[in-house]
Design a protein around this ligand. Structure first.
Ligand code: FPP
Length: 221
């Protein structure tokens, strides 16, 4: 969800205003996803690397997240949205973790769109924690016999299908340590639109582009 900072700067405002407006885009895109029957909507809201931002911005983002969860859980309930947070949660504050747990527990049996918010996440961290988990759980023989299809269950995304489509806003052309393992055959979509300007029409334009893609998974059709 890139471009919040630039959106704010272009208006002579502090970066946090861009994040606040970005949260409105989150609301709009979730609404569109629910309306259009998208089964999983994943948002890369805060990377492990983002902890290195100025403390005031980190605090502002955490406050925004708290506010979002407090305000949106009831709305998610009425739209059957399952709320999930994935990432290195030990790094989040007790307050944030408690709210996340509460929101996840409340929406756990909803069977509509699953909204996954990646917080304190990095793809390399995910692969490493998966390796460690597998090494602890398995005997050396089982570890040696581990196959690609069996590795998925150790990643934080266990049980969640790999993403079909990845949207990156604001003209950035990188994956920035997002779902490195899981995006092996994901279709990418890059747009110059800054995240605060990415609303329902832009989301639907992206989905229409996805519908035009020809997915061959390395094979011949
Ligand atoms: C990247 O843009 C954006 C972030 C690091 C934060 C994303 C957070 C939100 C959209 C709001 C809260 C999230 C939820 C789920 C309610 P940037 O700051 O790097 O922008 P720049 O590239 O223009 O500097």
């Amino acid at each position: 969800m890139d471009g919040n900072g630039r959106w704010a700067k272009a208006r002579g405002k502090e970066r946090i205003f861009g994040h606040i407006e970005g949260a409105e885009s989150v609301r709009a895109c979730l609404e569109a996803a629910v309306e259009d029957g998208v089964k999983y909507l994943s948002l890369y809201a805060f990377s492990e690397e983002n902890w290195g931002r100025p403390q005031a911005e980190v605090n502002g983002l955490m406050e925004l997240l708290i506010k979002y969860i407090q305000e949106e859980i009831d709305n998610m309930m009425s739209h059957h949205v399952r709320f999930v947070v994935l990432g290195h949660r030990e790094r989040l504050s007790e307050k944030v973790n408690a709210l996340i747990d509460e929101g996840m527990a409340k929406t756990a049996s909803n069977d509509g769109t699953t909204l996954i918010v990646f917080l304190s996440y990095s793809g390399k961290w995910d692969i490493l924690q998966a390796m460690k988990k597998a090494a602890c759980e398995l005997s050396p023989e089982q570890f040696q016999a581990l196959e690609i299809k069996d590795f998925d269950r150790y990643l934080v995304t266990a049980g969640i299908p790999d993403p079909d489509f990845l949207i990156r806003t604001s003209g950035e052309l990188r994956i920035s340590n997002y779902l490195l393992w899981q995006t092996a055959y994901t279709e990418f979509y890059f747009t110059d639109t800054l995240w605060p300007d990415f609303r329902k029409p832009q989301f639907r334009e992206a989905l229409a582009e996805y519908a035009r893609r020809d997915r061959r998974y390395g094979k011949v059709k």
